[in-house]
Design a protein around this ligand. Sequence first.
Ligand SMILES: [Zn+2]
Length: 124
Amino acid sequence: MKQAIKKYKEALEEMVWQFGYRGTKNNQPIIWTGGLSALESAFEVLGWDDPHYLPDAEGYCCEIQGCVEPDTSGLHWDGLYLRLCSKHAADCFKDRPCPSVKQWAIDREAKRDPVTRRLPGSHS
Ligand SMILES: [Zn+2]
């Protein structure tokens, strides 16, 4: 039974990550229900506030220093592969200079194989 509950919780979290709305509040990345009752029920079961605050950390927001907008695309900019918000992705497409990048992205990119461009342990 304990195993089943763990699986249900994991399934709910997957649903929330896939369908929840991403944004910012109080200069922090958030995920929220958007008022959708199915997501409200899922947040309640998970014990999450609505909005649920996310860390300013890898995988949760744009990788440009000082930006906490949701990351919407992955692009190459000045030799780095970066997860970017829509505003910074637009700047990248316009060939604007790349602003300062968050340290975790610099550290990750330094581990990329110079020939295959893969990260250690990555198969894609
Ligand atoms: Zn950004």
